[in-house]
Design a protein around this ligand. Structure first.
Ligand SMILES: [Zn+2]
Length: 318
């Protein structure tokens, strides 16, 4: 696997046309760094002259991006020892999964006969919660193999790219993509493939960072939603809706929030501004993180109305 200790060389990149319209004419949008871990490199986002989608171009070739999803990226999800703050951290993680499930339950009722597919399932904790809460059969896809985690044995886990999986005759009552689409190398193909896997009455729930949000306006080139080089595209509300329509999906509802806590973006963006690409070691500032959250809690009560950072679309087959 390629090293990420040095900035990626030119031959590790490829140019790409607009994911939404195929257009090749684009204008510079923003240059980003790997602010989260502080790995070297500068990554260019452009904006399509034809449809307005912002996307990373050139992008790292698929075989070179894996190194950026290494242990440091995954470690935060697996880490269990946060000292005296361990219970608070665990509560926050469980709350995230609970909020995902609550969001979905507003659109689809799940029971023992239901089938749920999570694309980009990571450590699989969301699917495990779905299974425990509803008795649904759960399937997850990810190109990182975390299947050794104990609860993963309850999940039909598929390793690899989503659109290369063979699901046979299986159809799903709920398909979720939590912060997956903005990492995708072929989002339109993914969405079309997901559409084909929806059972009658099924729903697709997609959460991504929102480009036309308060946090992007605050932080610009240090916006955590850039997350270069992993994020391939940056979706405004308009471009997300356009993408769904292109994929033949009907939007049931667009929400100016998601299950992901927007406070993380508010905190990380401020830290990235201060650190200027040196990397954020969350374990060293976890006390500050939770303190800031407590101080901002009066504002965060209204987070769903403030368009802080996230957006979700709920879709069906027309
Ligand atoms: Zn375009």
């Amino acid at each position: 696997m390629a090293s990420t200790d040095t900035a990626p060389s030119k031959d590790m990149f490829e140019t790409v046309a607009c994911y939404q319209c195929g257009g090749e004419a684009a204008s510079p949008f923003v240059v980003a760094e790997e602010d989260l871990t502080g790995k070297p490199g500068r990554f260019q986002f452009v904006q399509c002259d034809a449809c307005g989608l912002a996307y990373q171009n050139p992008r790292l070739r698929l075989e070179n991006i894996g190194a950026y999803y290494d242990d440091e990226y995954i470690a935060h999800r697996k880490r269990t020892d946060w000292g005296v703050l361990t219970p608070l951290y665990q509560w926050a993680m469980e709350k995230h999964d609970r909020d995902k499930l609550a969001l979905c339950e507003g659109y689809v009722s799940l029971g023992a006969g239901s089938r749920v597919l999570d694309i980009g399932c990571g450590a699989g904790t969301f699917l495990d919660r779905v299974r425990q809460a509803s008795g649904a059969s759960v399937t997850g896809v990810d190109f990182k193999d975390l299947s050794h985690l104990p609860w993963m044995r309850n999940i039909d886990f598929r390793l690899g790219l989503f659109y290369e999986q063979d699901f046979g005759q299986d159809h799903f009552d709920l398909i979720t993509m939590w912060h997956f689409l903005e990492h995708d190398y072929d989002p339109l193909r993914t969405l079309r493939c997901a559409r084909g896997l929806l059972a009658p009455g099924g729903r697709l729930v997609v959460e991504v960072p929102r480009l036309d949000s308060v946090s992007f306006r605050l932080y610009g080139n240090r916006w955590p939603g850039l997350q270069a080089p992993q994020h391939t595209a940056l979706y405004s509300k308009a471009s997300l809706l356009e993408m769904m329509a292109k994929a033949g999906l009907e939007v049931v509802e667009h929400l100016p929030y998601g299950a992901f806590p927007p406070y993380f973006y508010l905190f990380a963006g401020a830290a990235f501004k201060l650190l200027k690409g040196r990397g954020l070691d969350l374990s060293r500032v976890i006390h500050v993180y939770f303190l800031g959250q407590a101080l901002l809690s009066p504002v965060l009560l209204f987070e769903r109305r403030l368009n802080l950072a996230m957006q979700t679309v709920v879709c069906k087959v027309p």
